[in-house]
Design a protein around this ligand. Structure first.
Ligand code: HEM
Length: 944
């Protein structure tokens, strides 16, 4: 380090151009700060939650990684890495000549330091999230805290609570009252209800299991004022309908309209006239396909509703009469959320501290928690009956005219789903969900067809599949039954979806370099895969991770280091190869032999890690996926046969609700919907940007005078029913810094009048109070002086302070105007995501140790790795500086709709608006690519 400083000093002395002098001087100072950072040593992982990292670094570290800019924003509550070099667009890179002078530019140059620093910060967050934010509701939490028979809780791997109960039809198959280990047919593929993903914890993630939590049980249900800290925090102010959710919706969520008649509350104009218009704030780098993608994902992951229904009891959720002028409805009623348990939870004491055994109320997940495409294939007997298979080849899904058939009267559905296309999860169906369900049904059939083709050519060849009941017997292509092929198809489709989500949707949602690397690391590792240059090291790390750390009963190894080291080889495929000898030396041995064995449950299951807490989504995860603001009111419909640049119609999303989607899908075709949603920008996740139609959805089943519901208001009501902590405590719980006033929502980088006006509105809605410094409000963090945080949030006792503690979490994250570059979500949502997105992979054996031909078939495994049949195809050039495969969704789209070839030729990431010029290095500019200059979407400016 010192030698490099010397080089720069000599250069400075040589009398260079002044800009260059300044840049070099800045780099010299940065390097001096780097030296200070190195001298200070590596930050330890926090021992207690009040010592957590909080995304904030020391001054020297900030300067080393991002110069003065990074140092300047250290005082804000928002994470520092967003201000590091290289974490933004081209302007965030250090001046090029500094990089040139500094020959070790790659990792030691400023941009390298910035990006590496960001990745390091994110890894600290992930490790500490794993350490402090896992709270299971299945009564395993006590063991997590106290440990079991000398094994610390976070290193536990098997729980009696996740055994199949005696009444379960597969109770005997897994071992009954003895040791339970799934075997035979139950481990061959993804089971319908999701049991036996983990061989020794059969119930984990299956349909009907309870949602977990990420926040301490004691901090939940703030409205109930259960603890002194909660009472101090909220002063008994909030309640289920206080502040009024519909009033909040109308004041803080409504999209302002320049021509209300042309929008017509989201219902557009007759004949799908192109003259309709609903204004919305648009994200220039994310398209409508991305909005419906995430709704399609959530239908796979979680559902509080059982067959589209909540509890039987209805409740009034209308706004006060006085607020009627805002456009809300006093007469609205909705069914209450379904509660699984509401009795007082047990308590236990450990090392002098008292804990709750579970959350004060729990809620069941009515679908499997696995990423198993259950929205297509089913999650219980009833939903499976809605899945239509092709009678001519039962391995295929039924698709007359290449589209899904509609439900028939005999199908097990709710009356309101009549006329919809048949699939397992039919709720909240619109053209977007219809699009993806049809697309992946075509993908399923494409896989089956290719398999049949190979089988016809080489019927006696080994398909790679094996039956665990007869593990030694080769299954030739000709032997594969339609049911076996159907299930292999499901595995391939589910893994393809997971790959699209991880390596395509997310890097576009979080459009910057650190996240591109981070997400690819989750999939294929920082060392191997498309970004890495050292496959052998990646493999060795993979072995160490699963063979050593994965089996460890030491907390540090089992949890923290496992997560860090897994960034090397990637989570996907962890443990899918096993070598006999010392893992590192075995890799250097050319003759090494993979001894992974289907008969050995520790091989089949060996790659998973639950970090001591059985996997299910936490309630808090659902909160941050309430993304209704993404949806536009009107779809700008285009026709591939006419002119892709022209908007032909404006079709209201609500006019495609439920059965209405079937007609518009059939009459207009999948390809035109792909083009239309691919080119249109989605709605920014921001305040005052919710679709009008969702505030006014008509639902015939509701027992109310209005038979209407405001879904945006319902998002707040449901979170309050589910006891999600309010925004400030939510952030503290996740190791983020609290806000001390509503003014913290103003972006210090670029304050605007609009942001200031919103702060006023927040103050009007949530109010202020005179604070009492003697009242501690949290034990999750301490203040800067190491003292308990109190009601005054750093202000003098008796001051008038904002009720920052009361802000609904959804309102809070929508209000965050300070965001890392290219982030379509806020940092608060993102932190929830860091933890749960990687756990969803870590816990699933089909993405780790069972990512093998024995389950997927050889063709299936290669299909997932290469994004389709045949060898991997590479994208031309180096988008944002990376060589990359042709994206997985682009390949799926091309297979399903060859007519899109011309349009997709220009597309690198299918979620980036298709006619946008991506420019250089993470540009967010809204300008047309070559050939699309005439596209009407570029003529209306970004705001309209
Ligand atoms: C475009 C049409 C959409 C419609 C009509 C719709 C409708 C609804 C309705 C009525 C609910 C309330 C269910 C209840 O609690 O009683 C709901 C919940 C929800 N919606 Fe949407 N939604 C749409 C799009 C989206 C999108 C794009 C997302 C993005 C992720 C999304 C995410 C959610 C989530 C996370 C819930 C909570 C589900 C649960 O509690 O299990 N929705 N939606």
């Amino acid at each position: 380090m010192r030698a490099r400083v010397f080089v720069f000093t000599v250069l400075l002395g040589a009398g260079c151009h002044s800009d260059r002098d300044k840049a070099i001087q800045a780099e010299v100072e940065s390097l001096q700060n780097c030296a200070q950072m190195v001298n200070a040593g590596i930050r330890p992982i926090a021992a207690t939650r009040d010592q957590r990292f909080q995304g904030k670094v020391e001054a020297a570290t900030a300067v080393c990684r991002g110069g003065d800019v990074a140092a300047q924003f250290r005082a804000t509550p928002w994470v520092d890495w967003a201000n590091y070099w290289g974490a933004g667009d081209a302007r965030s890179k250090a001046p090029e000549f500094v990089t040139q002078v500094n020959q070790q530019a790659n990792h030691l140059g400023p941009t390298g330091r910035g990006i590496d620093g960001a990745l390091l910060d994110l890894e600290y967050q992930r490790v500490e999230l794993i350490k402090f934010n896992l709270f299971d509701n299945n009564k395993t939490y006590r063991q997590y805290v106290t440990g079991r028979r000398g094994v610390p809780g976070p290193a536990l791997k098997v729980w009696a609570e996740l055994r199949l109960p005696p009444a379960h039809p597969n109770y005997r198959d897994v071992g009954g009252s003895g040791e339970q280990v799934c075997r035979g047919e139950l481990i061959r593929a993804r089971t319908l209800t999701g049991i036996c993903n983990d061989l020794r914890n059969p119930l984990m993630g299956s349909t009907g299991q309870l949602f977990a939590r990420n926040a301490e049980f004691d901090t939940l249900f703030p409205d109930l004022g259960r603890t002194e800290l909660t009472r101090n925090r909220h002063g008994n102010r909030p309640a289920l309908l206080k502040p009024d959710p519909q009033a909040i919706s109308r004041k803080l969520f409504t999209r302002a309209q320049s021509n209300p008649a042309a929008c017509n509350d989201g219902y557009g104009l007759p004949g799908f006239s192109k003259d309709a218009n609903c204004d919305y704030q648009k994200a220039p780098f994310f398209n409508v396909l991305a909005a419906f993608w995430i709704q399609f994902m959530t239908h796979d992951w979680f559902s509080h509703l059982d067959e589209g229904h909540n509890a039987k009891e209805f409740m009034s959720v209308g706004c006060g009469e006085a607020d009627r002028k805002l456009g809300c409805r006093p007469g609205d009623r909705i069914d209450q959320t379904l509660v699984a348990e509401s009795g007082e939870p047990g308590r236990f004491t450990h090392e002098g501290k008292e804990y709750l055994e579970r959350a004060p109320k729990t809620f069941a997940n009515h679908v499997t928690a696995w990423w198993d495409a259950s929205q297509i294939y089913g999650y219980d007997e009833r939903s499976r009956k809605r899945v239509k298979r092709d009678p001519a080849d039962r391995a295929r899904l039924l698709m007359p005219n290449a589209l899904l058939p509609a439900f028939e009267p005999a199908d097990p559905i709710n009356p309101e789903w009549a006329g919809q296309e048949a699939t397992a999860f039919p709720d909240n169906w619109t053209i977007g969900i219809s699009f993806y369900t049809n697309l992946f049904a075509r993908e399923h059939n494409a896989f089956v067809d290719e398999f049949r083709k190979v089988a016809a050519q080489t019927p006696d060849a080994d398909s790679g599949l094996r039956n665990p009941a007869k593990p030694g017997a080769v299954i030739r292509y000709r032997d594969v039954t339609p049911d076996e092929l159907f299930e292999a198809g499901r595995l391939v489709v589910a893994a393809g979806i997971a790959k699209i989500h991880t390596t395509e949707w997310t890097p576009q949602l979080l459009y910057d370099e650190p996240l591109y690397r981070g997400m690819n690391a989750n999939w294929s590792g920082l060392l191997g895969g498309p970004l890495g240059d050292n496959k052998a090291v990646a493999d060795a790390l993979g072995q160490i991770v699963t063979q050593s750390f994965g089996k460890s009963t030491e907390v540090k190894k089992a949890g923290q280091w496992y997560s860090v080291f897994a960034s090397g080889p990637g989570i996907f495929g962890l443990g899918s190869q096993v070598y006999a000898d010392d893992p590192v030396f075995a890799l250097l041995d050319k003759n090494k032999k993979d001894i992974w064995d289907l008969r050995n449950p520790d091989h089949v299951n060996g790659g998973v890690n639950h970090f001591g807490s059985p996997f299910n989504f936490p309630e808090e995860f659902i909160t941050v996926y309430r993304l209704h603001a993404l949806v536009p009111d009107l779809i700008e419909y285009r026709d591939l046969q006419k002119d892709a640049n022209r908007i032909q119609n404006k079709i209201p999303v609500i006019e495609t609700f439920r059965g209405k989607a079937t007609d518009v899908m059939r009459s207009r075709g999948l390809g035109n919907w792909a083009l239309s949603m691919g080119r249109q920008r989605l709605g920014l996740l921001a305040l005052q940007n919710h679709p009008r139609f969702l505030q006014n959805v008509k639902m015939g089943r509701l027992e109310s005078a209005t038979q209407q519901i405001d879904v945006a208001a319902l998002d707040l009501i449901r979170d309050r029913e589910h006891g999600v902590p309010r925004f400030n405590e939510f952030r503290r719980q996740y190791g983020l810094r609290q806000l001390t006033a509503f003014d913290d929502f103003i972006d210090a980088h670029a304050p605007t009048q609009e942001q200031k006006d919103l702060v006023k509105l927040l103050r009007e809605i949530y109010g202020q109070h005179t604070c009492d410094a003697s009242e501690a409000i949290t034990d999750a963090q301490l203040d800067a002086a190491g003292k308990p945080i109190n009601d005054c949030l750093g202000r003098p006792n008796g001051s008038l302070v904002d009720n920052a503690e009361d802000v609904d979490t959804v309102v809070g994250w929508l209000a965050e105007s300070t965001r890392p570059h290219g982030f379509a979500i806020s940092e608060t949502q993102f932190v929830v995501f860091i933890l749960n997105a990687s756990r969803r992979l870590f816990s699933d054996r089909f993405f780790t140790s069972s990512f093998r031909p024995e389950f997927y078939s050889t063709l299936g495994l290669d299909w997932v790795k290469n994004n389709g049949p045949g060898p991997a195809q590479m994208e031309e050039g180096t988008p944002n500086g990376h060589r990359q495969q042709v994206s997985p969704l682009k390949r799926v789209l091309l297979r399903a709709m060859p007519e899109l070839a011309g349009e997709l030729q220009h597309v690198v990431n299918a979620f980036d608006p298709w006619a946008r010029d991506r420019g250089e290095y993470y540009s967010l500019a809204w300008k047309p690519r070559k050939g699309a200059e005439a596209d009407e979407a570029f003529q209306d400016g970004a705001k309209k």
